[in-house]
Design a protein around this ligand. Sequence first.
Ligand SMILES: Cc1cc2nc3c(=O)[nH]c(=O)nc-3n(C[C@H](O)[C@H](O)[C@H](O)COP(=O)(O)OP(=O)(O)OC[C@H]3O[C@@H](n4cnc5c(N)ncnc54)[C@H](O)[C@@H]3O)c2cc1C
Length: 563
Amino acid sequence: MSDNTTFDYIVIGGGTAGALMANRLSADRKLRVLLIEAGRKDDYHWIHIPVGYLYCIGNPRTDWLYNTEPDAGLNGRALRYPRGKTLGGCSSINGMIYMRGQSRDYEQWAQLTGDDTWRWNEVLPAFMKHEDHYLGDADQAARRDADFGRFHGHGGEWRVEKQRLRWDILDAFAQAAQEAGIPHSTDFNRGSNEGVGYFQVNQKAGWRWNTAKAFLRPTCYGRPNFEMWTSAQVSRLLFEAQADGTQRCTGVQVWDGHEMVQAQATREVLLCAGAIGTPQILQLSGIGAADLLQAQGITPVADLPGVGANLQDHLQIRAVYKINGAPTLNVLASSMVGKARIGLEYLLKRSGPMSMAPSQLGAFTRSSPAHEWPNLEYHVQPLSLDAFGEPLHSFPAFTASVCNLNPTSRGTVRLKSPRFEDAPAIAPNYLSTDEDRQVAADSLRVTRRIAAQPALAKYQPQEWKPGVQYQSDEDLARLAGDIATTIFHPVGTARMGADGDPMAVLDSRLRVRDGRGGRIGGLRVVDASVMPTITSGNTNSPTLMIAEKAAGWLRAEAGTAAA
Ligand SMILES: Cc1cc2nc3c(=O)[nH]c(=O)nc-3n(C[C@H](O)[C@H](O)[C@H](O)COP(=O)(O)OP(=O)(O)OC[C@H]3O[C@@H](n4cnc5c(N)ncnc54)[C@H](O)[C@@H]3O)c2cc1C
C-alpha cells in the first residue's frame, strides 16, 4: 500500500468486470488506478486446472461460501451459492463456457433503458474488442467461414478455444437432439444460439483462462500508475454532500485484515463486486430501500428500493439417465487406475477429463412451440451426482441439465445485519411463478423426447431422476424443485433502467441514481448486477462486454479514448 491513497479511479472487486476495468483505465499512464479485491491472488493451482472448479467451489480460499435462504420453489431446500473470492472473481471458479446470449436480450435492454447503446449491433463490437478466438489463429484459416470476421475478434485478451475432449455419450445425445428437431450448431455466439453442439470455452492450451490472467497479469502489474490491494474488503462507500445539495462518492473504507483504512477517488469509484457483493456494499453505504436500511440502523443516503431487488438466476433441472455401453466419468474416475490414466493424460497432453469444463455439450431450444426464441439451455455432462460437492454416482450415467433462460421469478439480496463481515440474505425465489413452473415441467418433457430418440437407444438410457412415473405438470414442477440447483448466474440486483422507472438503480450509462431524479456523483456500478433482464445464456462474457462499454465511456470522458 503506497502512502498516497488518493487515486483517479477506485475499482472495487477484481473479478470478471473489475479486472477489465482496471486494465482499460490504467492503460492511460496519467490516471492513477486502485483495484481492491477481498480475496487473495489467483496463485492457487486448482484455479488453473480446468477440473479444479470442483475443489474451488466450497473452498474458503476461493469461494465466499454463501448459502441461499430456504426456497419454497425448491420444496424448502437452501442451496450452496458459490461466488469467486480471488483475483478473477467467478471467472476463476466458473464453468469457462463462452456465451454471449441472444441478440433479442440486448434489444430488450435498449427498450427497457431507452438507450440504443445496448442494442445487439452496438454491443457486438464490445464483445469482439477483447476476444481472441482460436479460429482467428493463422493455422485455422481454412476452417473459418465467410462470416467469421463479422462476429468474432482475434488478438484481444479473452481467449476462446474449442474443447480438448469428446465423449461417445455426448455425441449420441447431440445426434438424438438433432433427431428431435434441434439443428446442429458450430457457433452459439452469432446472435441466435439455437442448436446443439460442443461449447467453446475460455481456456488456453488446456489451462483455465480467467480475467486475472487476461487483463491484469501481463499488463497492469507492470504499470506504475496501477496499485492493487488484495485480501482487502470494502466495508462501505464514502460520500460528501455538495454545495448544490447532491451527494458525491469520494472514496471507500476498507478492512485490510488488520485495520480500517480509507482511499479517495478524485474521478470515480467503480463498483464491480458482483451481483451479491454490489447490492450488499450499496446497502451498507446507505443506498437502498429506506425501510430496510433503517431497520439495520443505517442512515439512508438514497432511497432506492431496486437495490438488491430483481435478482434473476438460471435454475438448472438435472435429469439423470443411467446408461450401458459408453464410458462416463462416474466409472472412469471410480478406480485408482482410471484416476491415474486421467492424471497422466493431462500431464502429457493437457487433454482428457482434467481439461474438462463441467459441461461440454450444449443445446438451445424451445420448451413449447409458443416460444418465438429458444428459451431453454441444456448443459449435458458425462457424469452424475446428487449435488455439487457430493461424490459421483457409482453407475454409468449422464446428466441432461436444462434451464429456463428467461425466468419470470424474481428474488432479493438484503442485508441481514449492518456488519460488512456478515453475508446478506440471498433469496432467489425460484419457480415462484406459474409460468416458470410450466416451463420447468415442459423442459423435462423435452429432455424425455431427446432421450427417446434412436441415436441414444444403444445405450439404453433409463431415467433415474426425476423418474418416468411422474407425468403431470404438477408432479414435474414439484420434482424439478427437488432436483434443481443454481447454474450460478445471479444478475440484476442493481439494474439499469429508464428515467422514471422507480426500481431502476442506475441510468443507462451505469451511474447511480439518487432517488430524487438526479445522480450520485462519482459512482458507477459495472458488473452482472446492472443487467435489467438475464441474458439467454451464461453470464460471464456479457459481464465483460458491459465492462468494455463502460471503460470506453470513462476513457472518453477523461479525454483519453484514443490513448
Ligand atoms: C461456479 C460458477 C460457474 C459458472 N459458470 C459459468 C460459465 O461457464 N460461463 C459463464 O459465462 N458464466 C459462468 N458463471 C457466471 C459468471 O462467472 C459470472 O456471471 C461473472 O463472473 C460475474 O462477474 P462479476 O464481475 O459481476 O462478478 P465476480 O466475477 O464475482 O467479481 C466480483 C469480485 O468482487 C470481489 N468482491 C466482492 N465484494 C467485495 C468487497 N466488499 N470488497 C472487495 N472485493 C469484493 C469478489 O471477491 C470478486 O472477485 C459461473 C459462475 C460460477 C460461480
